[in-house]
Write a protein that binds this ligand. Structure first.
Ligand SMILES: CC(C)(COP(=O)(O)OP(=O)(O)OC[C@H]1O[C@@H](n2cnc3c(N)ncnc32)[C@H](O)[C@@H]1OP(=O)(O)O)[C@@H](O)C(=O)NCCC(=O)NCCS
Length: 386
Protein backbone atom coordinates (compact mmCIF):
# COMPACT_ATOMS: atom_id res chain seq x y z
CA UNK A 1 0.00 0.00 0.00
CA UNK A 2 1.35 3.42 -0.85
CA UNK A 3 0.75 6.37 1.44
CA UNK A 4 0.70 9.86 0.03
CA UNK A 5 1.81 12.86 2.09
CA UNK A 6 -1.19 15.01 2.91
CA UNK A 7 -0.93 18.57 1.59
CA UNK A 8 -0.01 21.11 4.24
CA UNK A 9 -2.79 23.37 5.40
CA UNK A 10 -2.59 27.06 6.26
CA UNK A 11 -5.73 28.15 8.17
CA UNK A 12 -7.26 31.17 6.47
CA UNK A 13 -4.86 30.41 3.58
CA UNK A 14 -2.34 32.64 5.36
CA UNK A 15 0.70 33.15 3.14
CA UNK A 16 -0.73 31.04 0.30
CA UNK A 17 -0.54 32.84 -3.08
CA UNK A 18 -3.85 32.76 -4.93
CA UNK A 19 -2.47 34.06 -8.19
CA UNK A 20 -0.35 36.73 -9.81
CA UNK A 21 -1.32 40.39 -9.94
CA UNK A 22 0.30 43.63 -11.03
CA UNK A 23 -2.47 45.88 -9.69
CA UNK A 24 -1.61 46.62 -6.07
CA UNK A 25 0.99 45.54 -3.55
CA UNK A 26 0.61 45.26 0.23
CA UNK A 27 3.95 45.15 2.06
CA UNK A 28 3.15 44.06 5.58
CA UNK A 29 6.45 44.70 7.32
CA UNK A 30 7.30 47.93 5.49
CA UNK A 31 3.74 49.18 6.02
CA UNK A 32 3.37 50.20 2.40
CA UNK A 33 0.48 50.00 -0.07
CA UNK A 34 1.02 50.87 -3.71
CA UNK A 35 -1.14 50.82 -6.84
CA UNK A 36 0.82 49.94 -9.99
CA UNK A 37 3.96 50.86 -8.03
CA UNK A 38 2.75 54.27 -6.81
CA UNK A 39 2.61 54.69 -3.02
CA UNK A 40 -0.83 55.43 -1.69
CA UNK A 41 0.42 58.61 0.03
CA UNK A 42 1.40 60.04 -3.38
CA UNK A 43 -1.91 59.37 -5.13
CA UNK A 44 -4.35 60.65 -2.50
CA UNK A 45 -3.32 64.31 -2.65
CA UNK A 46 -5.46 67.36 -3.43
CA UNK A 47 -5.11 66.96 -7.21
CA UNK A 48 -5.96 63.23 -7.34
CA UNK A 49 -9.41 62.03 -8.35
CA UNK A 50 -11.11 58.66 -8.36
CA UNK A 51 -11.35 58.81 -12.18
CA UNK A 52 -7.56 59.12 -12.38
CA UNK A 53 -7.09 55.99 -10.26
CA UNK A 54 -9.60 54.05 -12.36
CA UNK A 55 -7.31 54.78 -15.32
CA UNK A 56 -4.18 53.94 -13.29
CA UNK A 57 -5.49 50.54 -12.23
CA UNK A 58 -7.00 49.69 -15.62
CA UNK A 59 -4.17 51.00 -17.85
CA UNK A 60 -1.13 50.47 -15.62
CA UNK A 61 0.17 54.07 -15.74
CA UNK A 62 -0.82 57.47 -14.42
CA UNK A 63 -3.12 59.04 -17.02
CA UNK A 64 -2.81 62.40 -18.73
CA UNK A 65 -5.63 64.94 -18.85
CA UNK A 66 -7.34 63.50 -21.93
CA UNK A 67 -7.47 59.96 -20.49
CA UNK A 68 -8.86 61.28 -17.19
CA UNK A 69 -11.52 63.18 -19.14
CA UNK A 70 -12.35 60.03 -21.10
CA UNK A 71 -12.81 57.98 -17.90
CA UNK A 72 -14.94 60.76 -16.42
CA UNK A 73 -17.14 60.75 -19.55
CA UNK A 74 -17.36 56.95 -19.58
CA UNK A 75 -18.42 56.72 -15.92
CA UNK A 76 -21.03 59.44 -16.46
CA UNK A 77 -22.34 57.69 -19.57
CA UNK A 78 -22.56 54.32 -17.81
CA UNK A 79 -23.99 55.24 -14.42
CA UNK A 80 -27.67 55.25 -15.39
CA UNK A 81 -30.05 52.90 -13.55
CA UNK A 82 -33.46 51.70 -14.67
CA UNK A 83 -36.55 52.72 -12.65
CA UNK A 84 -36.84 49.08 -11.55
CA UNK A 85 -33.26 49.01 -10.25
CA UNK A 86 -33.89 52.20 -8.30
CA UNK A 87 -37.11 50.75 -6.95
CA UNK A 88 -35.29 47.59 -5.78
CA UNK A 89 -32.57 49.49 -3.96
CA UNK A 90 -35.06 51.87 -2.34
CA UNK A 91 -37.34 49.02 -1.31
CA UNK A 92 -34.59 46.81 0.12
CA UNK A 93 -33.06 49.80 1.95
CA UNK A 94 -36.17 49.77 4.15
CA UNK A 95 -36.11 46.00 4.69
CA UNK A 96 -32.58 45.08 5.58
CA UNK A 97 -29.06 46.32 6.43
CA UNK A 98 -27.71 48.62 3.68
CA UNK A 99 -25.03 46.07 2.73
CA UNK A 100 -27.63 43.39 2.10
CA UNK A 101 -29.75 45.91 0.18
CA UNK A 102 -26.70 46.80 -1.88
CA UNK A 103 -25.88 43.16 -2.55
CA UNK A 104 -29.44 42.53 -3.79
CA UNK A 105 -29.46 45.68 -5.89
CA UNK A 106 -26.06 44.91 -7.42
CA UNK A 107 -27.41 41.57 -8.63
CA UNK A 108 -30.20 43.39 -10.51
CA UNK A 109 -27.53 45.03 -12.68
CA UNK A 110 -27.06 41.62 -14.32
CA UNK A 111 -28.51 40.66 -17.71
CA UNK A 112 -31.47 38.37 -18.49
CA UNK A 113 -29.15 35.59 -19.66
CA UNK A 114 -26.38 33.84 -17.80
CA UNK A 115 -23.96 32.95 -20.53
CA UNK A 116 -21.00 35.27 -20.09
CA UNK A 117 -18.90 35.78 -23.17
CA UNK A 118 -15.53 36.83 -21.76
CA UNK A 119 -14.21 38.96 -24.60
CA UNK A 120 -11.79 41.49 -23.13
CA UNK A 121 -13.79 44.44 -24.45
CA UNK A 122 -16.90 43.06 -22.73
CA UNK A 123 -15.05 42.41 -19.47
CA UNK A 124 -13.78 45.99 -19.45
CA UNK A 125 -17.09 47.52 -20.53
CA UNK A 126 -19.15 45.68 -17.91
CA UNK A 127 -16.51 46.36 -15.25
CA UNK A 128 -16.62 50.11 -15.92
CA UNK A 129 -20.42 50.02 -15.90
CA UNK A 130 -20.36 48.26 -12.51
CA UNK A 131 -18.03 50.92 -11.07
CA UNK A 132 -20.20 53.75 -12.40
CA UNK A 133 -23.54 52.23 -11.34
CA UNK A 134 -22.37 51.25 -7.87
CA UNK A 135 -21.78 54.91 -6.97
CA UNK A 136 -25.28 55.75 -8.13
CA UNK A 137 -26.75 52.76 -6.27
CA UNK A 138 -25.06 53.75 -3.00
CA UNK A 139 -26.41 57.29 -3.37
CA UNK A 140 -29.95 56.02 -4.04
CA UNK A 141 -29.66 53.54 -1.16
CA UNK A 142 -28.58 56.26 1.27
CA UNK A 143 -31.44 58.53 0.22
CA UNK A 144 -34.04 55.81 0.85
CA UNK A 145 -32.35 54.81 4.11
CA UNK A 146 -32.71 58.40 5.32
CA UNK A 147 -36.35 58.63 4.12
CA UNK A 148 -35.51 61.10 1.40
CA UNK A 149 -36.93 61.03 -2.14
CA UNK A 150 -34.78 59.80 -5.01
CA UNK A 151 -32.64 62.66 -6.30
CA UNK A 152 -30.64 61.46 -9.32
CA UNK A 153 -27.06 62.22 -10.38
CA UNK A 154 -26.52 65.58 -12.06
CA UNK A 155 -24.80 65.50 -15.44
CA UNK A 156 -21.88 67.67 -14.36
CA UNK A 157 -21.07 65.73 -11.17
CA UNK A 158 -17.90 63.65 -10.91
CA UNK A 159 -18.15 60.18 -9.36
CA UNK A 160 -17.14 61.40 -5.88
CA UNK A 161 -19.36 64.48 -6.03
CA UNK A 162 -22.36 62.45 -7.17
CA UNK A 163 -22.00 59.95 -4.29
CA UNK A 164 -21.43 62.58 -1.59
CA UNK A 165 -24.16 64.95 -2.78
CA UNK A 166 -26.70 62.13 -3.14
CA UNK A 167 -25.90 60.85 0.38
CA UNK A 168 -25.82 64.18 2.22
CA UNK A 169 -28.37 66.08 0.10
CA UNK A 170 -25.94 69.01 -0.15
CA UNK A 171 -23.41 70.11 -2.73
CA UNK A 172 -20.06 69.22 -1.12
CA UNK A 173 -17.45 71.87 -0.33
CA UNK A 174 -14.12 71.66 -2.16
CA UNK A 175 -12.56 70.20 1.01
CA UNK A 176 -15.23 67.53 1.43
CA UNK A 177 -14.95 66.62 -2.24
CA UNK A 178 -11.20 66.25 -1.93
CA UNK A 179 -11.64 64.02 1.16
CA UNK A 180 -14.25 61.92 -0.63
CA UNK A 181 -11.94 61.37 -3.60
CA UNK A 182 -9.13 60.37 -1.24
CA UNK A 183 -11.39 57.91 0.62
CA UNK A 184 -12.56 56.33 -2.63
CA UNK A 185 -8.98 56.01 -3.87
CA UNK A 186 -7.67 54.68 -0.59
CA UNK A 187 -10.13 51.78 -0.46
CA UNK A 188 -10.12 50.93 -4.17
CA UNK A 189 -7.75 47.96 -4.07
CA UNK A 190 -5.74 45.98 -1.55
CA UNK A 191 -4.08 43.08 -3.38
CA UNK A 192 -5.91 40.05 -4.71
CA UNK A 193 -5.71 38.26 -1.35
CA UNK A 194 -8.21 40.26 0.69
CA UNK A 195 -11.42 38.32 1.31
CA UNK A 196 -13.75 40.23 -1.03
CA UNK A 197 -11.28 40.47 -3.91
CA UNK A 198 -10.42 36.79 -3.53
CA UNK A 199 -14.18 36.16 -3.65
CA UNK A 200 -14.43 38.20 -6.84
CA UNK A 201 -11.69 36.08 -8.40
CA UNK A 202 -13.26 32.79 -7.30
CA UNK A 203 -16.65 33.79 -8.69
CA UNK A 204 -15.12 35.18 -11.90
CA UNK A 205 -13.30 31.86 -12.35
CA UNK A 206 -16.65 30.09 -12.76
CA UNK A 207 -17.34 32.34 -15.78
CA UNK A 208 -20.11 34.04 -13.82
CA UNK A 209 -21.50 37.32 -15.12
CA UNK A 210 -19.59 40.39 -13.82
CA UNK A 211 -22.63 41.48 -11.81
CA UNK A 212 -22.62 38.11 -10.01
CA UNK A 213 -18.93 38.71 -9.25
CA UNK A 214 -19.90 42.12 -7.87
CA UNK A 215 -22.77 41.00 -5.64
CA UNK A 216 -20.75 38.07 -4.25
CA UNK A 217 -17.85 40.36 -3.39
CA UNK A 218 -20.24 42.76 -1.61
CA UNK A 219 -21.37 39.86 0.59
CA UNK A 220 -17.77 39.07 1.52
CA UNK A 221 -17.05 42.72 2.29
CA UNK A 222 -20.03 43.04 4.63
CA UNK A 223 -18.47 41.00 7.45
CA UNK A 224 -17.04 42.75 10.52
CA UNK A 225 -13.68 41.03 10.03
CA UNK A 226 -13.46 42.83 6.67
CA UNK A 227 -15.31 45.98 5.49
CA UNK A 228 -17.89 46.07 8.26
CA UNK A 229 -15.23 47.08 10.81
CA UNK A 230 -15.42 50.81 9.93
CA UNK A 231 -19.05 50.94 11.02
CA UNK A 232 -18.38 48.88 14.14
CA UNK A 233 -15.47 51.00 15.31
CA UNK A 234 -17.46 54.24 15.15
CA UNK A 235 -20.37 52.59 16.98
CA UNK A 236 -17.95 51.46 19.67
CA UNK A 237 -16.61 54.99 20.13
CA UNK A 238 -20.17 56.30 20.35
CA UNK A 239 -20.85 54.01 23.33
CA UNK A 240 -17.88 55.41 25.23
CA UNK A 241 -19.38 58.77 26.10
CA UNK A 242 -16.88 61.51 26.90
CA UNK A 243 -13.25 61.06 25.74
CA UNK A 244 -11.99 61.33 29.35
CA UNK A 245 -13.55 57.99 30.30
CA UNK A 246 -12.38 56.11 27.20
CA UNK A 247 -8.99 54.93 28.52
CA UNK A 248 -10.43 52.95 31.44
CA UNK A 249 -13.19 51.48 29.27
CA UNK A 250 -10.88 50.26 26.55
CA UNK A 251 -8.46 48.80 29.12
CA UNK A 252 -11.34 46.81 30.60
CA UNK A 253 -12.40 45.63 27.14
CA UNK A 254 -8.91 44.38 26.39
CA UNK A 255 -8.78 42.58 29.74
CA UNK A 256 -12.02 40.88 28.72
CA UNK A 257 -10.40 39.84 25.37
CA UNK A 258 -12.72 42.07 23.37
CA UNK A 259 -11.68 42.22 19.70
CA UNK A 260 -11.34 45.88 18.81
CA UNK A 261 -12.76 46.77 15.39
CA UNK A 262 -10.23 48.70 13.36
CA UNK A 263 -7.29 46.97 14.99
CA UNK A 264 -5.08 44.14 13.75
CA UNK A 265 -4.45 42.86 10.27
CA UNK A 266 -3.49 39.60 8.61
CA UNK A 267 -0.71 41.18 6.53
CA UNK A 268 0.28 44.46 8.22
CA UNK A 269 2.27 44.01 11.40
CA UNK A 270 2.93 47.73 11.63
CA UNK A 271 0.42 50.58 11.43
CA UNK A 272 -1.68 50.28 8.27
CA UNK A 273 -0.43 52.94 5.79
CA UNK A 274 -4.02 53.78 4.88
CA UNK A 275 -4.72 54.80 8.46
CA UNK A 276 -1.87 57.33 8.25
CA UNK A 277 -3.46 58.91 5.15
CA UNK A 278 -6.86 58.86 6.86
CA UNK A 279 -5.38 60.63 9.89
CA UNK A 280 -3.94 63.34 7.73
CA UNK A 281 -7.41 63.82 6.17
CA UNK A 282 -8.90 63.81 9.69
CA UNK A 283 -6.65 66.70 10.70
CA UNK A 284 -7.96 68.71 7.73
CA UNK A 285 -11.65 67.94 7.89
CA UNK A 286 -12.70 67.28 11.50
CA UNK A 287 -13.92 70.50 13.10
CA UNK A 288 -12.65 71.10 16.62
CA UNK A 289 -15.36 71.13 19.27
CA UNK A 290 -17.66 68.86 17.22
CA UNK A 291 -18.92 65.45 18.38
CA UNK A 292 -16.84 63.89 15.60
CA UNK A 293 -13.76 65.49 17.10
CA UNK A 294 -14.63 63.83 20.43
CA UNK A 295 -15.06 60.49 18.66
CA UNK A 296 -11.71 60.99 16.96
CA UNK A 297 -10.08 61.72 20.28
CA UNK A 298 -11.57 58.44 21.59
CA UNK A 299 -10.11 56.67 18.52
CA UNK A 300 -6.68 58.07 19.39
CA UNK A 301 -7.04 56.82 22.96
CA UNK A 302 -8.01 53.38 21.64
CA UNK A 303 -4.91 53.44 19.45
CA UNK A 304 -2.64 54.34 22.39
CA UNK A 305 -4.06 51.82 24.84
CA UNK A 306 -4.38 48.96 22.35
CA UNK A 307 -0.93 49.56 20.84
CA UNK A 308 0.62 49.49 24.30
CA UNK A 309 -1.14 46.19 25.06
CA UNK A 310 -1.00 44.49 21.66
CA UNK A 311 1.76 46.18 19.64
CA UNK A 312 4.40 43.66 20.77
CA UNK A 313 2.23 40.96 19.10
CA UNK A 314 2.27 42.84 15.78
CA UNK A 315 -1.24 44.28 16.21
CA UNK A 316 -1.71 47.93 15.23
CA UNK A 317 -4.49 50.18 13.89
CA UNK A 318 -5.85 49.30 10.48
CA UNK A 319 -7.71 51.58 8.07
CA UNK A 320 -11.00 51.18 9.91
CA UNK A 321 -9.96 52.62 13.27
CA UNK A 322 -10.07 56.18 11.95
CA UNK A 323 -11.97 56.02 8.64
CA UNK A 324 -15.41 56.21 10.31
CA UNK A 325 -14.51 59.56 11.91
CA UNK A 326 -13.60 60.99 8.50
CA UNK A 327 -16.75 59.57 6.87
CA UNK A 328 -18.78 61.15 9.68
CA UNK A 329 -16.96 64.49 9.30
CA UNK A 330 -18.12 64.78 5.68
CA UNK A 331 -21.71 63.99 6.68
CA UNK A 332 -22.02 60.29 5.86
CA UNK A 333 -24.34 58.26 8.14
CA UNK A 334 -22.67 55.33 9.93
CA UNK A 335 -24.79 52.68 8.17
CA UNK A 336 -23.54 53.92 4.81
CA UNK A 337 -19.79 53.61 5.57
CA UNK A 338 -19.45 50.04 4.29
CA UNK A 339 -21.59 50.64 1.18
CA UNK A 340 -19.17 53.45 0.24
CA UNK A 341 -16.27 51.08 0.82
CA UNK A 342 -18.06 48.71 -1.60
CA UNK A 343 -18.50 51.44 -4.23
CA UNK A 344 -14.80 52.18 -3.98
CA UNK A 345 -13.62 48.55 -3.92
CA UNK A 346 -15.76 47.78 -7.00
CA UNK A 347 -12.83 49.25 -8.93
CA UNK A 348 -10.47 46.67 -7.41
CA UNK A 349 -12.92 43.79 -7.90
CA UNK A 350 -13.50 44.65 -11.54
CA UNK A 351 -9.82 45.31 -12.29
CA UNK A 352 -8.96 41.95 -10.67
CA UNK A 353 -11.64 40.22 -12.74
CA UNK A 354 -10.18 41.74 -15.90
CA UNK A 355 -6.66 40.75 -14.90
CA UNK A 356 -7.81 37.21 -14.24
CA UNK A 357 -9.45 36.93 -17.65
CA UNK A 358 -6.34 38.41 -19.28
CA UNK A 359 -4.20 35.75 -17.64
CA UNK A 360 -6.30 32.83 -18.86
CA UNK A 361 -8.76 32.35 -15.98
CA UNK A 362 -8.50 28.84 -14.62
CA UNK A 363 -11.36 27.65 -12.38
CA UNK A 364 -10.54 27.88 -8.65
CA UNK A 365 -10.96 24.38 -7.28
CA UNK A 366 -8.69 23.90 -4.25
CA UNK A 367 -8.46 20.73 -2.19
CA UNK A 368 -9.53 19.95 1.36
CA UNK A 369 -8.12 17.76 4.11
CA UNK A 370 -10.76 15.18 4.90
CA UNK A 371 -11.04 14.40 8.61
CA UNK A 372 -14.38 12.53 8.66
CA UNK A 373 -15.31 8.83 8.86
CA UNK A 374 -13.07 6.66 6.72
CA UNK A 375 -15.19 5.34 3.83
CA UNK A 376 -16.70 3.00 2.97
CA UNK A 377 -18.75 2.78 6.15
CA UNK A 378 -21.36 0.06 6.40
CA UNK A 379 -24.81 1.46 5.63
CA UNK A 380 -27.40 1.01 8.44
CA UNK A 381 -31.02 0.75 7.24
CA UNK A 382 -33.32 3.29 8.88
CA UNK A 383 -35.26 0.55 10.68
CA UNK A 384 -32.07 -0.66 12.39
CA UNK A 385 -30.98 2.75 13.70
CA UNK A 386 -31.61 3.70 17.33
C1 LIG B 1 -8.34 41.68 10.75
C2 LIG B 1 -8.36 40.38 11.55
C3 LIG B 1 -9.61 39.59 11.15
C4 LIG B 1 -7.11 39.58 11.16
O1 LIG B 1 -7.23 38.38 11.82
P1 LIG B 1 -6.16 37.18 11.78
O2 LIG B 1 -4.97 37.53 11.02
O3 LIG B 1 -6.91 35.98 11.34
O4 LIG B 1 -5.75 37.07 13.27
P2 LIG B 1 -6.43 36.13 14.37
O5 LIG B 1 -7.91 36.29 14.34
O6 LIG B 1 -5.88 34.76 14.18
O7 LIG B 1 -5.89 36.79 15.70
C5 LIG B 1 -4.56 36.55 16.18
C6 LIG B 1 -4.49 37.00 17.62
O8 LIG B 1 -4.58 38.42 17.69
C7 LIG B 1 -5.69 38.82 18.47
N1 LIG B 1 -6.35 39.92 17.79
C8 LIG B 1 -6.49 40.11 16.45
N2 LIG B 1 -7.15 41.22 16.20
C9 LIG B 1 -7.46 41.76 17.39
C10 LIG B 1 -8.19 42.91 17.78
N3 LIG B 1 -8.72 43.73 16.85
N4 LIG B 1 -8.35 43.18 19.08
C11 LIG B 1 -7.82 42.36 20.02
N5 LIG B 1 -7.12 41.23 19.71
C12 LIG B 1 -6.95 40.94 18.41
C13 LIG B 1 -6.62 37.61 18.49
O9 LIG B 1 -7.45 37.61 19.62
C14 LIG B 1 -5.64 36.48 18.48
O10 LIG B 1 -5.17 36.30 19.79
P3 LIG B 1 -4.90 34.82 20.38
O11 LIG B 1 -3.79 34.27 19.53
O12 LIG B 1 -4.52 35.08 21.79
O13 LIG B 1 -6.16 34.06 20.21
C15 LIG B 1 -8.35 40.65 13.05
O14 LIG B 1 -7.21 41.40 13.40
C16 LIG B 1 -9.61 41.34 13.52
O15 LIG B 1 -10.62 40.68 13.78
N6 LIG B 1 -9.58 42.69 13.65
C17 LIG B 1 -10.79 43.43 13.99
C18 LIG B 1 -11.68 43.58 12.75
C19 LIG B 1 -11.12 44.55 11.75
O16 LIG B 1 -10.63 45.62 12.09
N7 LIG B 1 -11.22 44.20 10.47
C20 LIG B 1 -10.79 45.06 9.37
C21 LIG B 1 -9.52 44.57 8.76
S1 LIG B 1 -8.90 45.74 7.58
Amino acid sequence: MTTSTPPSFSPGLEGVPIGESSLSLVEGQAGRLSYRGYSIEDITGPENTFEEIVALLYDGELPGASRIAAVDAELKAKRGLTPQQIEVVRMTAKMTHPMFALQAAAATLGPMDNDFEPKMATVEDRGMAAIAKMGHLVGALAQAFQDRPYDPPKPEESHAEMILRMITGQKPSALHLRVMNALLILQADHSAGNASTFTSRVVASTKAEPEAVLSSAIGALSGPAHGGANEQSLRLFETMGAPEGAKAKIEKMLEDHFRIPGFGHRVYHVKDPRSKVIQSLASEVIESGSRVSELYSIALTVEDVATERLGHRGLFPNVDLFSGCVFAAVGIPTDIFTPIFAASRTLGWMANMKEQWESGNRLFRPAQIYVGNPPPKDYIPRSARS
